[in-house]
Each structure stands twice: as structure tokens, then as C-alpha cells.
Design a protein around this ligand. Structure first.
Ligand SMILES: C[S@@+](CC[C@H](N)C(=O)[O-])C[C@H]1O[C@@H](n2cnc3c(N)ncnc32)[C@H](O)[C@@H]1O
Length: 442
């Protein structure tokens, strides 16, 4: 979240009369720590390079209006949410929060017939109980509406009409309307049930890996390949980029029910129509595979729901044996690591993936032999050096010593967070028989 302690940071402008949504305000777009520069580029592409931005740790402030907020929800692959500022100020106790929340013109945002919810986050807040802080803000919303109408809105923790976010720093509180509702990594195509034993990447992280690799799905970006695709998140994200499919087209957003956005319903329909009209066939090849037939099959079904099954070539195969699907290209990969997902395959790791127990086993690629993750990476590197000269591999790992395990020298390492796990995205230029990557300036 933004750090309102920073004296240089402009306080977000509270939305006020007239015409909430017509005036630009400083939206806050949280993103994974480390992804801020990538989000700056993305917001520039979505709203225009002259958009006023301010980078904070873990997100950006973006000056824009209701149309911009809708556009960001529809188009951003990297933002976690789009938050609309309602109030910002110093606080010492819960009464200050109550007073701050009372400054909002709640009648612009909610009717007594509607519901709301408040999610509170805090960084070193002096308050003892965040629950009590949340309760006081809830009281303020209800009191303002009751004073004006005689009735009060109710709370719905699951499907509120108005989701609110309260952020508490040690000294300042900021209250936002969450225009996204569900976090933006939920694109609307993933099977809610998932697969047992599956550990998919968040879509926002997969998008950050592709953005850091500079892959934008254009013909000149070349083929993309994820040989350990799991649920297929990287390949699906890549295919949507290659087909210009807006990430938010398959889901709904909280702003669709918010009062200030009602006046913008036609613009919202036009934005979605324009996004649909710009979709096109991919100009690059995208390949994906997994040693587990169940995962490849699952990924294929995910791709189908995401509208990109035609754009990805899936194959059940052992990454330690699979030959390059094209003469050169980019591998973007989140390989198996740790206890949860042991590497498998003909020459490494667990014999049967938990998700595959009791399932038909692939015949050709096999699950023979055993080995440790170290062995897996050493064999992967040998295979790459022998067969993947001319490819570039971007590998996400929490293991800072991955280059040693691969016996490859990375020429870039980008800090990224996989949820709470600190990772690096390593870039390796693969050269025949060489253990060294090409030196690189960046
Ligand atoms: C960390 S998960 C990848 C998650 C994926 N990025 C996603 O979004 O779902 C690692 C995947 O590597 C696969 N795997 C393990 N050993 C493999 C091998 N030898 N060849 C290919 N895939 C392998 C596992 O089945 C697992 O699905």
C-alpha cells in the first residue's frame, strides 16, 4: 500500500460533489513489490504516456477519472486492484477514524438498500484492535446515511455492493472504494475447484514475468515456451497478450454496481466492445507442456475457458528430454521447487506426481528413475546446453543459488515476490555446450 507517512506524497483527493467520477483523483493501484516499474509502463500504455503517476512501494498513484478506472480494471495485467480514494488523514485513535470516515459524502456512493464491506490492512498501526477500527468506520458510514435518510445500509462480507478498503500506516489512514471487488489476478477463466496438489502462479505474477522478459506477443518477440506449465498460467497469459485479449473481459467488477459509475454505463459498454473488436489471431507460436498428463490436460481446459486454446500447442513431455519446439525463442518458466512440487521425469525426482496417482501414466515420457531438485536442475541445464542454443530462459525461483545449481551464469536477475515468497527471475542466454551466459549490460 502507499505510505501516507511520506510528507512528499500528495494526499489522495477525496471524491466530492459535483460529479464523482468526472474529476481526476489519485487512484491507488497496488501491485507485487518489485513490479512497480513494469506497472508504470503498463499504465502508460493503457491511459497514455502523459498520465500523471507517482510510484510508491507496492503500487502506483495514478491521476485519472471514472473512465480511466474502468479502463485500468479491464486492461491491467499487473495491478492487483484499482482503489478509488475517499478520505485521507492523520489519526491517533479510533475516534479519529470515525471522524475521518464521516467526511465522505456517502450518499454519493451507497443507498440504504445497498450493502458494503470494509477490509482493513495496517502497517505498524498503533491501534490495538483492527476489528474495532473497522467497526468505527462502519459506524461512520451507517450514521451518515441514517442521518440523511433514516435508514442504514447493511454489511455483506461476501458480495457487497460497495467494497471499501481502509489502510492504516503508523500515523495516517486512507479509505478507498475498491472498484475491482475481486482481486484482478482473477481473470474469470480459472476452474474454481483446481486440481489437488496444484500450485498455480497468480496471473498477475505470470504477467509480470512476461513483462520483465520484454515479451509482448508481437511477431518480433518470437516463440514462447513453458516446458513445466502446470495449470498453464504463463502460456495462457502470453496467449491472451498475443491475441490482444483484455484480461478483464471475462469477469465483473465492483464498480459496475457503484452509484458514481452508473452515469458511465454506456462508456463501459463501449470500452468492452472496443476491447473485443481489437482481438486478433496470434502472430507468434506459444508452446507449453508438463510431465504430468493431468496437468497438461488441465492447462488445456483452462486455455479453452480463457479463449486461447487455439493459440497454444500443449504436449505432455519431460522437460529433461523435450526437444526445442522452434529453432529459437523465449522460455518463461516457474520450475518445480521445494517440498510441495518435486521435479519429476525420466531422470529426476518423484516417480508419480500426487495429482497423477491412480491415473493413466504417459507411456513415452515415463516417470522412471529418481532424483533431487539439484539433480533435476543439473540435468535440465545439460539438456539445455546440448539442445537449446539460441534460446533465452527466464526462470522464476526462490532459490538465490539457482544459477549454481544450473551451472549457468545469469545475465539478469529481477526481484519478484510469489505471494510471501521472495524470488528472483533469472535470465540465462543459452549457448551450445557453454556454462556461461552472454555478458549483458542491464
Ligand atoms: C511450480 S509448478 C508450475 C506452475 C505453473 N506455472 C502454473 O501456473 O500452474 C511446476 C510444474 O512442473 C511440472 N514438472 C515437474 N517435473 C517436470 C519435468 N521433468 N518435466 C516437465 N514438467 C515437470 C510439475 O508437474 C508442475 O506442474
Amino acid at each position: 500500500m502507499n505510505d501516507p507517512d511520506d510528507a512528499n506524497q500528495p494526499a489522495p483527493r477525496a471524491a466530492g460533489r459535483p460529479g464523482v467520477g468526472d474529476q481526476p483523483v489519485a487512484l491507488f493501484l497496488p501491485c507485487a513489490a518489485g513490479a512497480e516499474p513494469l506497472l508504470v509502463d503498463e499504465v502508460g500504455r493503457i491511459l497514455g504516456a502523459d498520465t500523471q503517476l507517482q510510484v510508491d512501494r507496492g503500487g502506483l498513484q495514478v491521476m485519472t477519472d471514472a473512465l480511466g478506472a474502468m479502463r485500468l480494471n479491464l486492461e491491467s495485467r499487473l495491478a492487483q486492484r484499482v482503489l478509488w480514494p475517499l478520505a485521507h488523514g492523520a489519526y491517533e485513535n479510533e475516534q479519529d477514524l470515525y471522524a475521518l470516515a464521516r467526511t465522505v459524502a456517502w450518499g454519493d456512493w451507497i443507498t440504504p438498500a445497498q450493502t458494503f464491506r470494509i477490509d482493513t490492512s495496517a502497517q505498524r498501526s498503533p491501534l490495538h484492535s483492527l476489528n474495532f477500527a473497522t467497526l468505527r468506520v462502519k459506524d461512520a458510514v451507517c450514521d451518515v446515511i441514517r442521518d440523511a435518510t433514516g435508514e442504514r445500509p447493511s454489511i455483506d462480507t461476501r458480495f457487497p455492493d460497495l467494497p471499501l478498503t481502509l489502510h492504516l500506516s503508523p500515523t495516517h489512514a486512507t479509505l478507498y472504494a475498491d472498484t475491482s471487488g475481486e482481486a484482478l489476478f482473477k481473470r474469470g477463466w480459472r476452474d474454481a475447484q483446481g486440481l489437488k496438489g496444484e500450485a498455480p502462479l497468480k496471473e498477475t505474477l505470470a504477467a509480470a514475468m512476461l513483462a520483465a522478459a520484454g515479451w509482448q506477443g508481437r511477431a518480433e518477440d518470437g516463440p514462447l515456451f513453458d516446458p513445466c506449465c502446470g495449470a498453464g498460467t504463463i502460456a495462457i497469459e502470453a496467449a491472451q497478450i498475443a491475441c490482444a485479449i483484455a484480461p478483464g473481459l471475462q469477469r465483473r467488477f465492483a464498480f459496475e454496481k457503484m452509484l458514481p459509475f452508473r452515469a458511465h454505463q454506456n462508456s463501459w459498454s463501449r470500452l468492452k466492445d472496443a476491447a473485443r473488436a481489437r482481438q486478433h489471431a496470434p502472430e507468434v507460436q506459444i508452446f507449453a507442456g508438463d510431465v504430468s498428463f493431468r496437468m497438461t490436460d488441465f492447462a488445456q481446459r483452462n486455455a479453452d475457458r480463457a479463449g486461447v486454446a487455439h493459440a497454444i500447442e500443449f504436449k505432455t513431455a519431460d522437460a529433461l528430454q523435450r526437444m526445442p519446439p522452434a529453432p529459437s525463442g523465449l522460455m518463461v518458466i516457474n520450475p518445480p521447487y521445494g517440498e510441495r512440487i518435486a521435479p519429476m521425469g525420466s531422470r529426476g525426482g518423484e516417480r508419480i506426481h500426487p495429482a497423477d496417482r491412480g491415473q493413466p501414466r504417459p507411456t513415452r515420457e515415463g516417470f522412471e528413475g529418481g532424483g533431487s531438485p539439484t539433480e533435476f536442475f543439473s540435468q535440465l541445464a545439460s539438456h539445455w546446453k546440448r539442445h537449446y542454443a539460441g534460446w533465452t530462459a527466464w526462470v522464476l525461483s526462490p532459490d538465490m543459488k539457482l544459477p549454481q545449481a544450473l551451472r549457468l551464469k545469469e545475465n539478469r536477475r529481477v526481484p519478484m515476490w510469489n505471494g510471501p515468497i521472495e524470488c528472483r527471475l533469472f535470465r540465462f542466454e543459452l549457448i551450445a555446450g557453454s556454462a556461461r551466459g552472454k555478458p549483458d549490460a542491464d
